[in-house]
Design a binder for this molecule. Structure first.
Ligand SMILES: [Ca+2]
Ligand SMILES: [Ca+2]
Ligand SMILES: [Ca+2]
Length: 188
């Protein structure tokens, strides 16, 4: 329809889409993924409550029409963004993901929960506590000091602040999840 500049789905090759489609329909014959299936799909079970909340929020962000299911187009759009999206698109998407109460701003508490969840999911040792890290980043990128991050502050902050950007990229680095899906494809 000549609107390919606005559609992330077009960024994926047909053959790849076919692969994801097969994968999706195998795991989810109804074509509609529930939150429970979503966790199973990505092999996410037995997570601690913070990580769990993060995954639930991710589910809601994927579910663009908010009907409580992820359908194939939503799934492909999300994958395409994660795999191919431009930095700015990704950051906008992260912003939506992090703004848990959906008020259009990210407050300190929302950021802290995310940092905790990311650490819980990715593991590893950290020199600073999640609280210290959150405060440090927050103070740097909350440019007007109103205690909330606007979309602009968030996008600009991630661009200018290497430490924050690194966490952002890790936070939705679904590459290990994508690798997991690919591995399972061979074992099925
Ligand atoms: Ca949906
Ligand atoms: Ca918020
Ligand atoms: Ca602000």
């Amino acid at each position: 329809m000549g609107n390919n500049s606005s559609s992330t789905v077009d960024d994926l090759q047909a053959v790849e889409i076919h692969h994801w489609y097969k994968k999706f329909m195998t795991e989810c014959p109804s074509g509609q993924l529930t939150e429970h299936e979503f966790k199973q799909f990505f092999g996410l079970r037995g997570l601690d409550p913070e990580a769990n909340k993060y995954i639930e929020q991710m589910f809601r962000t994927f579910d663009m029409n908010k009907d409580g299911y992820i359908d194939f187009m939503e799934y492909v759009a999300a994958l395409s963004l994660v795999l191919r999206g431009k930095m700015e698109q990704k950051l906008r998407w992260y912003f939506k993901l992090y703004d848990v109460d959906g008020n259009g701003c990210i407050d300190r508490h929302e950021l802290l929960n995310i940092i905790k969840a990311i650490r819980a999911i990715n593991g590893g040792d950290h020199e600073t506590s999640a609280e210290e890290f959150t405060n440090r980043v927050f103070d740097r990128i909350d440019v007007n000091g109103d205690g909330e991050l606007s979309l602009d502050e968030f996008v600009e902050g991630a661009r200018k602040d290497e430490e924050f950007m690194e966490v952002m990229m890790k936070s939705l680095d679904l590459s290990h999840i994508v690798a997991m899906i690919n591995n399972r494809r061979h074992s099925v």
